[in-house]
Design a protein around this ligand. Structure first.
Ligand code: AMP
Length: 285
């Protein structure tokens, strides 16, 4: 099925308004393309919680703190469109950069504190770009619910904070991470991994699992995290930005496992930066 594509803000706004006037609910799935099963699981989730589904496709330049990363980001609208073909998506919203950031654009949304920790600390400006674009998408579409992946856990947490702080009337749904068979979290950047790097990459998840098990056995958290970072470096990761235990709700750093928590990590293999996180409080069924 060919998906209807809209590129203009007025068109998407009036489309969602029309649905709302008939009492129908709309779910938004924001993406930057390079679609894989992770994105598709967000779309399936969206389908289950709303009457209409809008997938947005926009490689947002303002969230790239690294020019080379932006240039190398996979862009193939036709291939993305074909991956969505069987999923009953109502509209693909694919604006161009001028539509999103017209000449003279100067406003930025900042979620205070996000840039001080985890990915924010290592990617200056990244979360301001994310906060600004998701706020725009929420206001442009007027969707009732937006679906985000737990894979980008800090992003999900920031989006929840900003809709609460700015009283944006949209529900935020978090969707579990989809993985390759060997545990590697699916990511649009995985296509950039060399054959050797692809073999090393699943060790990020395996190391998180091992660290989680050690924490559950009662080992000291700071020691477990240090050991895990060292073992990633030994496994071939060129740099580990962080591997930390944080509270699930406010991402506070935890010294003891006394509340729902996540183990989160970001590490580089060559020029590809991978992120992952897992629930820390229990071994999943
Ligand atoms: P992106 O296109 O990378 O900006 O991601 C768009 C959305 O897909 C975000 O909400 C991501 O968290 C989500 N996503 C990306 N990879 C995965 C994955 N492996 N599993 C679940 N959701 C994902």
């Amino acid at each position: 099925m060919t998906i209807k594509t809209l590129r203009n803000i007025e068109e998407i706004r009036s489309c969602v308004n029309r649905w709302r006037s008939k009492g129908a609910r709309t779910a938004l799935v924001p993406t930057m393309g390079g679609l894989h099963e992770g994105h598709l699981s967000l779309v399936r989730h969206a389908r289950g919680v709303a009457d209409h589904v809008v997938v947005s496709l926009f490689v947002n330049p303002t969230q790239f703190n690294n020019k080379a990363d932006l240039e190398k980001y996979p862009r193939n609208e036709e291939s993305d469109r074909s991956k969505l073909a069987d999923l009953d998506v109502d509209v693909l919203f694919a604006p161009d950069a001028e539509e999103m950031y017209p000449k003279g654009f100067t406003t930025e949304v900042t979620v205070a504190g996000a840039s001080d920790i985890l990915c924010g600390k290592h990617r200056p400006g990244h979360f301001d770009g994310v906060a600004t674009i998701v706020t725009k998408l929420f206001l442009q579409t007027g969707a009732d619910v937006a679906c985000f992946g737990e894979k980008d856990f800090q992003q999900l947490s920031l989006v929840r904070r900003l809709v609460q702080d700015l009283n944006i009337p949209i529900e935020i749904a978090g969707v579990p991470t989809v993985r390759e068979k060997d545990g590697l979290a699916m990511s649009s950047r995985n296509v950039r991994l060399s054959a050797t790097a692809r073999k090393t990459a699943p060790k990020l998840n395996a190391t998180l699992v091992k660290a989680r098990n050690a924490i559950l056995e009662g080992q000291k958290i700071s020691v477990v995290c240090k050991t895990a970072i060292a073992s990633l470096e030994e496994a071939g990761f060129s740099k580990v930005d962080y591997l930390e235990l944080r509270a699930e709700d406010d991402l506070d750093e935890l010294k003891t496992l006394d509340r729902p928590a996540r183990l989160l990590a970001a590490a580089w293999i060559g020029d590809v930066r991978l992120i992952d996180n897992i629930i820390a409080n229990k071994v999943p069924d």
